[in-house]
Design a protein around this ligand. Structure first.
Ligand code: FDA
Length: 453
């Protein structure tokens, strides 16, 4: 039995929790970080699989992600650019492969004009939205009442244009079918990256990686906390009241503190028994958030063979099982790595198959982009966050239809001594590590303000 007392107990040692803990420590408060898993990092997880270093979770850093960039710099980590020399490829509705350069897919002139016109309109709508308060836009309710798919289909009859516009926030980001979330949720996703154009620009959104892996960010932050990080310590009960909180974790660990930060995905709040229970508003709002689902596929080859064909490795198709794929070769590695993504219902369907059939179907899809050599990787691995008890999906959580304008304003609001921090409730950096760091900083700042520190 371990019974300790701290100023703040932080539940979750991902980017949000480790950031918050460091901020509070710097301000002179004592902390304990309780982590359910046997490692820190949460959705950041760099591992070696059959001799290949893989980013099983998050990896990319984009130029707008100031909070993450500051943290990377402060920790002295090095970044490198994603390989992007040569042609990108696109598979059209007829199954034909097309090579292209630049941001616009090689579609017909009519479809290109439709995509450009709707993109311009979306950029204008996104520019009106404050990513930290999308619910305050005068059209918030209206935009939260129409699905992303229905709104796009009301703009044009061009199916190829709709599919290409839809997947930027659908399969590629929220990783849910486009009929299950609203236009407002889609606009928030775009606003969190600065504009819709930024979000669809792979050279922007998938710009850099950290040499040695992005998990080093929470690992380095946790290392500064030393013995105040407790692994294998899922919190099961949280007593709370005017005097503070008492967190009860596995391993007979009890932490008494004046404040708590729940620094994990909101879909996991109901894994904790709150005593007394959380208020009505939180009970309701937490039920309207759910995780998306995507399989991140890693295929390592003895060399980056696609580069020999003048290909950058960047591949898109709303008609393919793997709707996007990239050159994901590690810094200084002679071998070549491709990363592909299979989202939402396609991911559901794949998990009804055997592991062998799944691998065959995914590699077949990659071969449509890169040719038959793609079918023979030396290392193959699927990141399946759906089976991870302490995450339950990927990349992050988003509101169902109507939920964002109805509940969004209360998502980050503290309940007594309990504060909330996670990438899934960020404005800028939403669903990204940048957002997790911003939310960690915000929760720490709010506690320091409440505490008069
Ligand atoms: P996170 O979920 O990481 O951490 C929460 C922690 O709390 C976990 O360690 C969990 O175990 C713990 N926990 C939960 N319940 C608990 C309990 N009851 N008691 C104790 N501990 C508990 N982002 C990006 O910027 N660039 C990218 O390229 C990608 N790509 C990407 C790919 C994949 C496959 C995934 C899954 C995710 C990404 N992301 C990403 C998203 C990014 O990884 C994510 O937004 C942040 O890492 C989330 O950090 P948080 O700290 O908010 O939560």
């Amino acid at each position: 039995m371990t019974d300790i007392t701290r100023d703040v107990v932080i539940i979750g040692a991902g980017a949000a929790g480790t950031t918050a803990a460091n901020q509070l420590r710097k301000a002179g408060l004592t902390v304990a970080v309780l982590e359910a898993r046997d490692r820190v990092g949460g959705r950041l997880w760099t591992d070696v699989i059959e001799g290949a270093m893989l980013e099983i979770g998050g990896q990319w850093v984009s130029p707008d992600q100031d909070a993450l960039k500051e943290t990377i710099e402060e920790l002295g980590l090095e970044t490198f650019s994603r390989y992007r020399e040569g042609d990108s490829v696109y598979v059209g509705p007829d199954g034909q492969l097309h090579r292209f350069t630049g941001e616009m897919f090689p579609v017909s002139a009519e479809t290109e004009a439709v995509i450009a016109e709707i993109t311009e309109r979306l950029d204008a709508m996104v520019a009106e939205i404050d990513p930290d308060k999308p619910w305050e836009h005068p059209n918030a309710q209206e935009w939260d009442s129409v699905t992303w798919d229905a709104w796009l289909r009301a703009q044009t009859d061009d199916d190829e244009a709709v599919r290409n516009l839809a997947f930027a926030t659908g399969s590629a980001m929220l990783t849910k079918p486009t009929h299950t979330f609203s236009l407002l949720q889609s606009l928030l996703m775009a606003a969190s990256a600065g504009s819709y154009s930024n979000l669809v620009d792979a050279d922007f959104i998938l710009d850099k990686r950290v040499v040695g892996g992005l998990q080093q960010v929470p690992q380095a932050l946790a290392a500064r906390l030393g013995d105040d990080v407790f692994l294998n310590s899922p919190v099961r009960f949280l007593e709370w009241g005017d005097e503070g909180v008492v967190a009860h974790a596995d391993g007979d660990l009890t932490v008494r503190a004046r404040y708590a930060i729940l620094a994990h995905a909101p879909v996991l709040y109901d894994r904790i028994s709150f005593v007394p229970s959380l208020p009505r508003r939180q009970h309701q709002l937490h039920q309207h958030l759910s995780m998306g689902f995507v399989i991140k596929v890693h295929a390592v080859y003895d060399r980056p063979f696609w580069r020999e064909q003048g290909l950058s490795g960047t591949a898109f198709s709303p008609y393919e099982l793997s709707h996007e794929a990239y050159d994901n070769t590690n810094h200084g590695d002679e071998r070549g790595t491709l990363v592909g993504f299979v989202s939402d219902q396609n991911a559901d369907d794949l998990f009804t198959l055997s592991a062998e059939e799944r691998k065959e179907r995914i590699l077949e899809s990659l071969s449509h982009y890169y040719g038959p050599e793609a079918k023979n990787p030396v290392v193959y691995y699927e990141s399946d966050w759906g089976t991870e008890e302490w995450t339950r999906g990927a990349y992050a959580a988003s509101f169902d239809m109507g939920g964002l304008h109805r509940y969004g304003a209360d998502l980050r609001a503290a309940v007594g001594p309990i504060h909330f921090a996670c990438s899934d409730m960020a404005g800028a950096g939403y669903q990204h590590v940048d957002g997790a760091i911003r939310m960690g900083r915000l929760a720490a700042a709010n506690i320091l303000a409440a505490d008069g520190s």
